[in-house]
Design a protein around this ligand. Structure first.
Ligand SMILES: [Mg+2]
Length: 377
């Protein structure tokens, strides 16, 4: 099979409410939608969600890199030859970084592989390590009363795992976490993510110690992404496990974090690793170092979210996952794909990957059209 064409559409996915965290405020989701065609009539789809503060990319930079470099480099190649394709991208074209752009094209190639073999993506990367994923919701910075109301609404939908964005002043963080804990009850699972917001190690230790009283499971990215010494200090001075997200971009950074003994958990996201192949390599480093992984996401549509769920369900070393649904209140107004499955069993909301081959996602073309944007400058 040969790749014959690579197309990229630029979309801005409308969000019902802006999502505010320590490092950014998102009013819409940037989305580079990639379609890869082959000479056997199979088309694969993939999605980039370029988050500037994570990988330095934007909607337009990712589209340019896909259109000018990554796309042309795969024409005429077999979509199964992923190692060779990454080698060309990274070492012959020197397309350093551009991880979300690479993830989008590579995702479409996995989708083609699954469609060619008639197998869902998770079966190509290890099979099922767990039957389903428990749904999680992430709360951005908001007033404690608003967070309590949101917690009540999400509980009613069967959600009992809450990820709370912190990294504000430790006192305001504590008010937010306390509001969610009080409303969610003692059995709910709560995790926190500072997105580098506490910045230095001592503030982070103070913040985490305040939050530990409210039963948090782990704390994510307490300090600056490039300060592994600070992360190591924090890890040594608090009781809860430390997860690193922004610090762990690909295998090289994962190895550095493991060597520095800077964390207990890696957050794996396809937009940081440059795709699934590198995500599996990051997981291999984690396993070898006795580090667990959680599979995160960037709040993408069902296209990339399906890829994250397939990876999450396939990795036995993944102990936690940000299994958020794109269509929950406050998230995307017009999702661009369908296929992800969700059901409530005995009061708990469970997510499953689509049944179909590859990503298993069918595009909702009218929602693609309505959110397409042209360059503004
Ligand atoms: Mg994070």
């Amino acid at each position: 099979m040969k790749i014959t064409a690579v197309h990229v559409d630029t979309l801005e996915l409308t969000m019902e409410e802006p999502f505010v965290i320590a490092s950014s405020a998102m009013a819409y989701g940037p989305c580079d939608l990639v379609r890869v065609e082959t000479d056997e009539g199979i088309t694969g789809i993939g999605e980039a969600c370029p988050a500037y503060e994570f990988t330095g990319e934007t909607l337009w930079s990712a589209a340019d890199v896909i259109g000018e470099y990554l796309g042309p480099a795969v024409l005429g190649r077999d979509p199964f030859d992923l190692e060779a394709i990454h080698h060309v991208w990274d070492r012959e074209l020197y397309t350093v970084g551009n991880q979300a752009a690479k993830a989008a094209v590579e995702m479409a190639l996995w989708d083609i592989q699954g469609k060619a073999l008639g197998k869902p993506l998770c079966e190509l990367i290890g099979g099922r390590a767990r039957p389903a994923l428990q749904e999680v919701v992430a709360f951005g910075w908001d007033e404690p009363e608003a967070l309590a109301a949101d917690t009540r609404a999400m509980k009613a939908l069967g959600i009992h795992i809450f990820k709370i964005k912190v990294g504000d002043t430790p006192e305001r963080d504590e008010q937010r976490v306390a509001a969610v804990r009080e409303t969610a009850g003692p059995d709910a699972r709560i995790t926190v993510d500072a997105n580098q917001g506490w910045w230095d190690a001592k503030t982070a230790v103070r913040g985490i110690k305040l939050l530990e009283k409210h039963g948090i499971e782990f704390a994510e990215q307490p300090v600056r992404m490039d300060d592994l010494e600070a992360a190591r200090f924090v890890r040594a001075h608090v009781d809860v496990p430390i997860a690193l997200d922004e610090s762990v971009r690909g295998p090289r950074e994962a190895l550095a974090c493991a060597k520095a003994e800077a964390c207990d958990m890696f957050v794996v996201k396809l937009m940081k690793t440059g795709g699934i192949l590198n995500a599996l390599k990051v997981n291999a480093i984690a396993e070898a170092a006795g580090i667990t992984v959680m599979v995160g996401n960037m709040g993408e549509s069902s296209v990339a979210m399906s890829a994250h769920f397939h990876v999450n369900i396939a990795l036995a070393n993944a102990v936690h996952g940000d299994a958020d649904l794109p269509w929950r209140p406050g998230a995307l107004e017009f999702d661009i794909g369908r296929g992800i499955e969700q059901q409530v069993v005995e009061g708990i909301s469970w997510i499953d990957v689509p049944k179909g081959p590859g990503l298993g996602i069918e595009l909702i073309e009218e929602n693609v059209e309505r959110q397409r944007v042209e360059r503004r400058w």
